[in-house]
Design a protein around this ligand. Structure first.
Ligand code: PNS
Length: 164
């Protein structure tokens, strides 16, 4: 259901551990498509995170502050429940390759079954960022490589202080 003043609210969910230039590109593009965009960091994953959820929120907030209509929050539980609480009508996900599409299509179908009022919108990754993933960024860092060219400045700064 649209919210009262017909503002379109979208959620961009993810782990963002760490946020990459690809994520920031998606935020920039999605912020132009919707009246407001909520970047939603998933809490309590079973994975061992590199950054705590609070740190990820802070980094995303700093990196996205250029966009006046972007908020950053965390969520637990079902994404569609969070979407409902926020009166969001769209979930935005980036697609880098066909391999992403298979998983994303399944999630989109299941989320739509769970809450038909929320549509999933796929944005193709900008070619320049299509090879980026948080998992690979973590691997490069762990093996002593520099990821400056792949992550937003606030993320790189925090990585530097983490490594010192
Ligand atoms: O960045 P990621 O790890 O690919 O993001 C995955 C995410 C957070 C979008 C997905 O795991 C999710 O929505 N989790 C919340 C729990 C949920 O609603 N699961 C049902 C999805 S069909």
């Amino acid at each position: 259901m649209p919210n009262g003043d017909h503002q379109t609210i979208a959620i961009y969910p993810g782990s963002f551990d760490p946020p990459t230039n690809g994520h920031l590109d998606l935020i920039a593009r999605a912020s132009r498509l919707f009246d407001s965009l909520i970047v939603a960091v998933l809490q309590n994953t079973s994975k061992q995170p590199l950054f705590a959820v609070e740190e990820r929120i802070n980094m995303l907030h700093e990196a996205a502050q250029a966009y006046g209509n972007v908020a950053v929050e965390s969520f637990g539980g079902l994404l569609v429940d969070f979407a409902q609480n926020k009166q969001a009508t769209a979930i935005v996900r980036g697609i880098r390759a066909v391999s992403d599409y298979e998983v994303e299509l399944q999630m989109a179908h299941l989320n739509r079954q769970l809450r038909p009022a929320t549509e999933t919108v796929f944005l193709p990754a900008t070619a320049e960022f299509a090879f980026l993933s948080s998992r690979m960024i973590k691997e490069i860092i762990q093996l002593g490589g520099d990821v400056k060219q792949f992550v937003p400045e606030p993320v790189w700064r925090r990585l530097q202080s983490k490594l010192q």
